[in-house]
Design a protein around this ligand. Sequence first.
Ligand code: ACM
Ligand code: ZN
Length: 750
Amino acid sequence: METRSGIIPMPNQVIEGQGTYLLQGEKRVAVSPNSASMLVFGYLTNALKNTAVTLKPVSPGEQADICFLADSSLADEAYTLDVTSGGIKIASNQTSAGLFYGIQSLLQLMPAGIYDTRQKYEKKIELPAIHIADAPRFSHRGAMMDVARNFQPKEEVLKFLDLMAMYKMNKFHFHLTDDQGWRIEIKKYPRLIEIGSRRSQTQVGFCDYYYPRRFDGKEQRGYYTQEDIKEIVKYASDRFITVIPEIEMPGHASAALAAYPEHSCGLGKTYVVRDYFDVFDEVYCPKEGTFRFLENVLTEVIDLFPSHYIHIGGDECPKKAWKKCEHCQVLMKREGLPDEEALQSWFIHRIEQFVNSKGRDIIGWDEILEGGLAPNATLMSWRGEKGGMEAARKKHHVIMTPGSTCYYDHYQESPEFAPLAIGGFLPLDTAYNYNPLPVELTSQEQSYIIGTQANIWGEYIQTPEHFEYMAFPRLLAMAEVQWTQPAHKDFYSFTRRLDKEFERLDYCEVNSCRNFYEVSLTGTWNSTQNVYEVTLNTFCPDAEIHYAVNDSVILASSPLYTAPVRVAEDAVIYAAVYRKGKPLGKITHKSFTINKATGNFYTCVPLPSSDKVNPGMGLSDGVRGYARELRRWVIFDADTVQMTFDLRKPISVHKAAFAFLWRPYDMLWPARVVTASVSNDGKEFTTVGNQKLTYDFSPTEGTRFPVSLSFPEALGRYVRLEFLSGGGCPRGYYHEGQPSRLAVDEIELY
Ligand code: ACM
Ligand code: ZN
């Protein structure tokens, strides 16, 4: 599995040979004079421009050092690469896509220093002898960039295309329109840009954080001219990448409707480019004028993008406006549509017919299943894999992008230290271990799954540097998911190759997330030894971890981590990754709270509705919830919540401490009353304390409210806490009048 070649994504067949080939001076390249081969030749020449190597094209059959060979027996995108002491041979079929991927593998055999643009690479380039026979696992190997929420400059798009190409990715999904911005010039409808491509401000922080919302006061604007789009499409095509444009409909249309409100259902609303992030009720109304508008937009889009697929969105379209709209209701009657879901399906079907009439096919998010799938549609499954499986069973092509493994807007390192993200937790190993072919499907059904992609949503990504931080290094894990057959995938091997690859990413000035070189800390109760243990991990191979308890200074002389660290009382553990005595990344830390509840089992009535981290033990796992990481909180949808801890033997307690998360946006309100009781048999409980709880709800950051309840010393094996939840969401706040929810973590007993 391990190869000294270190190629990402791992090729599907590698045989390492003896000896090396020396690439230096002028080299003759035998290349067919067809345009695709010459394109690849130009790419290689450009890739080596910073080195002392020059390439001279010669005709096939002439004596040459590097041969581009045509082999019609190879599949599209497949290639063979042979490096021997006598020269280099790369073969592909006539499309030359395989040739391009062979070149990518060849370039990864070279030292990363050839990518250093600050100085010429004068050293000799020694290539290991190798035979590679390779072909991709999936034909759709994509990445989505959301430039609608926050615009990204054209230069960043081009840079990203360069990086995708290096890792053999071939579909760039360009999310061009949304509620917060319209980013593509449409000649027939100039207001889409004049009005739709700018907003005067953007919400500050996460949408859940502040009540009321806060705004930055900074104008956000930007769009691509049709000339820009042509340049992007050509740049991508020169790298064997297809740009798939997404024009959102019928929902996520606020920016378009701000420019052309006549295509809404009306209803007396004003239509604005949205300055915060949510799902909005203002959607396109299925009027003839709206279809003319969308068809004219799509006509220009189709003229600009040669992609066979045109993404028409289809996700998150609330039906509120359609329910109230007379036109929509009359239309539903006329067409015999039983409900608004059927109207959505009718809408998408009609757009599909138009796109099909232009010789193209649509892709839609999995909501397009609701009310019936348009006949030729390809489905992009994002709300898990269920929609994708259903579509595959219906013999529709599917691209798997479930949120938990493909949404690269989720955190990849501890939210305590990471820049603000939308939520979730998708670390490198989770990204790597994704298999887009669900075992529930037969192999026949699986054959409809054409691939997978990383979706990099842009709500909280305001700069190119931040975009790169979210994309990398996870995108390299995705590349291997897309390209490499499961039998050849191995996370440890990947980390060794990635460790080297960071150097190349650095030379390419990619702002990768660096938690690869840091320590993650996880605490668990060891119930056999009755002790709390903290495990320290790093993705980084061939490295040591040094750590300290309650001491933030970590040096090479700090204790070397060899086994889980045992802690008997509250502690903060600090740690860093070292190799050969040198630190590789920054120091990370985590706080642990150890008390009489820690590690003990408990029962909850009712059961929590969300319990994601250490399910069943989240309240006593030694880690307190914090405002940033919603998933760590144990959430209940109930008016009263009872938790009963089993301390395993009678223990004396005098205080319970706990915390609630206050986030009006998520209907999370702290409890109003807490009652504590104890029992020796788990049946008869004696109340020992009871308290009304009050809070300061002055407008503030989404808040963790720590609370405690003291009571006279009591002895019991079982301790029960009962919370009366916050009641209805108060007047003037989000979700006014609806039942609030309770988020608790941690429960501590003293
Ligand atoms: C989506 O994430 N709304 C497709
Ligand atoms: Zn309507």
